[in-house]
Design a protein around this ligand. Structure first.
Ligand code: G3P
Ligand code: MG
Length: 251
């Protein structure tokens, strides 16, 4: 059991096939589609506010241009974060982490993925401290999973607050050929996250034998969903949580 469930339906950037990714509309739709957890990407504004946005640049997913971290929160809040997806979403704004946690509390679990671009060498006042402090403010320590491709983040989060679960997002270049289970142990993580391309029957069996829960991204087809469930994944990140809900009921 993880987060009191046998299997997690994780809405990748929200229900991002049917609504603009990383917006409140996508998170609310994921909830309506019965996702257990939403995944979001986290970065810092130039004035140090944690905001939910995937790309380092604003250009593709808003009507702004340039790097997210060059703008203050009040400037980012003026942007249209939904129009690129469809005219009916022009009212969507870039959410802050605080806004998402405030909405998610009592509704849905949250996977906060801290983007490596937002990580500084100094943890003090950095994105890790800010994230943990918000999670504590909303008393969501047991409702949140924090992950990152930057392995330092995983360790720092545990040092700051051991009660918060962490997921090591596998990154080949950071791993120096180490085995998956060894990385999880080394960075004191609770979960192993990887692309569906990085887990075959053999790796899945090794993780299962070591009782390390693993979560796989980003899986959007029924055949791949079924395969990952057969491999024993504890959860799947998908842009289509409604589809995964139906498939997981069948399996
Ligand atoms: O956390 C899983 C997945 O979101 C990692 O890749 O680029 O979609 O953030 P990306
Ligand atoms: Mg992500």
């Amino acid at each position: 059991m993880i987060f009191n469930r046998d299997f997690l339906i994780i809405a990748h950037r929200g229900a991002s096939f049917d609504a603009p990714e990383n917006t409140m509309a996508a998170f609310q739709l994921a909830y309506r589609l019965k996702a257990d957890m939403i995944e979001l990407d986290l970065q810092l504004t130039s004035d140090g506010m944690p905001v939910v946005f995937h790309d380092t640049k604003l250009d593709k997913k808003t009507d702004g241009t340039g790097l997210v971290n060059r703008y203050r929160l009040n400037e980012l809040k003026m942007l249209n974060a939904g129009g690129w997806f469809s005219g009916s979403y022009t009212g969507e704004k870039i959410p802050t982490l605080s806004e998402v946690l405030d909405w998610a509390k009592g509704r849905i679990l949250v996977n906060i993925e801290i983007k490596p671009e937002a990580v500084a060498d100094n943890i003090e006042g950095g994105i890790e401290e800010k994230t943990v402090s918000l999670v504590k403010k909303f008393e969501m320590e047991n409702k949140v999973l924090i992950s990152s491709f930057d392995y330092r983040v995983i360790k720092r989060i545990k040092d700051l607050e051991p009660a918060i679960k962490t997921g090591l997002l596998y990154h080949k270049n950071e791993s120096k050929g180490a085995e998956y289970a060894e990385l999880v142990r080394q960075y004191d993580a609770d979960f192993f996250h990887c692309s569906h391309r990085e887990v075959r029957e053999k790796e899945a069996a090794l993780l299962r034998n070591k009782k390390i829960p693993f979560l796989v991204y980003t899986v959007n087809t029924p055949s791949l969903m079924k395969k990952m469930i057969r491999f024993g994944a504890s959860g799947i990140f998908t842009d289509k949580p409604g589809l995964l809900y139906r498939i997981s009921q069948e399996c």
